[in-house]
Every structure is written in C-alpha cells, then in structure tokens.
Design a binder for this molecule. Sequence first.
Ligand code: CS2
Length: 494
Amino acid sequence: MSIETPVLRRTTPASATPEATPSAAGILHLGLGSFHRAHQAVYTAAALQPAGGDWGIVGVASRSRSIVDAMHTQDFLYSVATIAPDSTTLSIPGVHTDAFVGAEQPERVVAQIADPGIRIVTLTVTENGYSYSPATQHLDLDDDAVRADLRGGAPRSTIGQLARGLQARAAAGGAPISILSCDNLSANGKHTAKLVREFLQELSGSEGADALAFLDRGVTFPSSMVDRIVPSTTPELRTRVSALLGARDDIPVPAEPFTMWAIEDAFAAGRPAWEAGGAVFTSEVALYEQMKVRLLNGTHSLIAYLGALTGVGTIPEAIRIDGIARAARAVLNDEYEPSIEVPTGVDIRAYESELFERWENTALGHRTSQVGTDGSVKLRQRIPEPALLALGRGDMPHLIALTVAGYLSCIAPLPGFDPGLHAAAMTDASRERLAELAATARDGRGLATRVIAELHLFGVELGAEDAFIARVGELVDIIQRRGVDAAITDAVSA
Ligand code: CS2
C-alpha cells in the first residue's frame, strides 16, 4: 500500500462499510484474537444491524499490545476476509467499542465485570486458558498465576479474573450476568462454572461467600459450540485486503465461509439476537460440542500431525495425500462417529462431506503447525472419551492411537528422529517436559508409558489402558523407523 492510502476508520471511504454501530457496550470479551473477531463479532454485528443497540463489545487481549493499538488506531474496525476456494469477500463487523490489554490492566478487567452495563462476558482464551489440572480434575492449584490470584492483588489468570470480577459485581449490588465460554471444551459452560466456583471456595474464611451466593442467584454459564476455521493473518493478506478495501487495514482476519454457533439459551440478563447471524439456540449443545470437537477437531489433529511429519505445511496439502485422507476417513467414520449422538436435525453425512470440503480449501492456507500447536491441551478434549468408549466395547481405536503417536513424534521425538520444520513450528506448553521424557526413553512404548500412564497427559482413565498405550508406542516406533505411510497402513488395516 502506498503511504497515501488512508487508514481504515469510521470516516474513511472504503469498499466495505461497518455493519454495526453499537450505542454502548454490553459484552466484555476476553481473548481478542482472530477467532473471536471472525466469529462472535460477526454474529453480534448481524444482531445489531441496522438498528444498533447496546450490545457492543469491549475486547480484552490477554497480552498482545499490537492488536489493541491497531484497534484504537482503526476506530475498533477491521475486516473479515471470507476466503472461498475461488473468491474473497470483505466485511467489517464494527461491533467493538473499546479494547485493552488484560495483562497490563487486570484491575480494569475486574472493574468491567463488575460494571452493571456489561451483561455477558464471552471467552475465547483457548483450551490452555482455564487453569485446569487433568491429573486432579480440578482447578490447578499448583499453577503460579492461580496461586498468586488466590493470595489477592490484580488477577492474572482468566479464572482468577472472572472470580474476582464476580466478587466485585456481587459487592456492587449483584446485577445478573452470564459467562459464555466459546472455547473447544466439552461442556464448556459447566466447566467454567466449576473452576470459578472452586476458586471462590479456596478463598479463606468468608471472603468468597457473597460471590458464591451470587453465583447461585445471578450468574449463568451457558455452554456453546463454536465453529469456523480461522488461520493466522499473514502480511500478504494485509496487503491484499488493503488493496480490495481502498483503506489500510493492519489487522484483517481470514476465515472460511462456513460458520456455526450452537448456544444454550440460558442468559441471566438478556442477549443479542445472535440468531440473526445464524446461531442456533438449542438444549442439545452438548451433542453439537461432541460432534464438532471429535469429528472436526479430532480428525483435524490427525491430519495436522501426519501432514507435518510428511513435510507439508498446510491442511489442504495434507488432506490431498491419499494415505492421510484414508486415515482421516477411518478415524472419522470408525472411531469418532460411533462415540457421538447426532443432534436433532443435523444431516451427519452432509456434515462430514462438508468437513472434507472445508479442509480442502487451499485458498485458506490453514497451517499444519497452527492446528498442531498446544496438542497437550487440545488432544485432551478430543481423544480420551472416544478412545475409552471404543476400548470399553473391546475395540482398539487404532487411528486415535495414531493421532497420539503423530503428536508425540512431532513434539517429543525419540533421539535421532527429526520430525521436520512444520513440527518444530508447533508450540506447546508441555514441549520441554515431553522432550525431557523422550530424551531418555528406550523406545516408543517407553515414551507413551511415561506420557500417558505416568504424566496422565490425557487424564487418569486413559493412563490405565495398557493396551492402548502399547499401541501408541508401537505406532511411534513405526513412524520414526519406517515412516508415516507405514504407520498409516498399519493402523488402517489393523
Ligand atoms: C483446530 C481448530 O487449531 C485447531 O486445533 O482444530 O482451531 C479449528 O480450526 C476450529 O475449531 C474450527 O472451528
């Protein structure tokens, strides 16, 4: 873009215009990343246009100053670039009314939650952001941020911020509010409620008592299932969007055309008419979540790890490799599908074939390293329950075992094995710990035992499944000694 190109603002003439103009904020959003900006913000824009209304969003980035600075410079506007295989269209939701960095102003997060004008707090803080310990199945009391938050002072953890905010809200009169998790966790509403409650219960003496009573009286935690593939923004996209727009947008978000939001309609103080954007209000959110987290996300992980190990950088390249496509179909149809109950009205065959079309969208360029990132927490949502269900029926879930073997091969390769640059680009909070275990493991079986049975990375129950652990170990050895193709053939034909 030339220097003369004006920055995107409300007054800048551009080829797309803001869809909404909120009159005030009603939502506080924690996690101002790309996913939120291409998902909840878009539904909220549909709910607010054309009349406006007081459901604007105050966005809190956990740490990123650059996104907040750019939001301020651009009057809180940015484009969503909807990328179909053969076309790109731009829209500007225009629903944000303010933005700040949570790590810099934690007391402001608390104050915003206490503000009666805010009636919903939405969350996209990733599977990693809930301070949950799979080993104890409770709030992680060994986590430094949680411990510091329990001692007092400005809270750093999301659960600490929610709990301290609700405490302040209770003290300020206790206006009803809803906390809406939009992360890929099963029963995300219940899960969030449980962790907030546990935080408040940990407070000494009667300190948390008022807030606990308020939780029962005035706070709801609806569950929701969110779906839209949103890759990371690239410099090329910035240039392309700015050219299409005729205005400089430094923070566009790329997204696929498909989008879905299923929400439990349990709001304590009203909600935007998100159905205007196609959201489904249903009592079957748990079924939607299971379907999505297993069929889409579980299979996505398999494609990402096998693709990265094969040396390809994107999901569409990976799914075009015959062996990977075969493995993806097998895990989806034979191992994930039997573990779910299809929500009323969903055509599962159409849903599945659409999944393959979505993964094949080359224009989107979704990276294997992005999907492979944070496997230690993502896989915990995706694999233990379907694996345990299959094992309980006496069936070995070979392709789920292959997913775990692919993950371990990427993040914790055995000495002498090089998983390649796409695996190296995956970040994972457990990487160092797992690498240490791999450095001294005798073979795949030894590594799988340490990670699954001793570290309980995928929960306590799966840690007791010796045959599954042995199968993961065997597939780790096949991947690292004979290659991905050999491991796929072994798993698919078992
Ligand atoms: C992906 C998800 O990165 C991942 O693990 O599986 O981000 C996926 O793209 C979204 O959940 C789609 O809704």
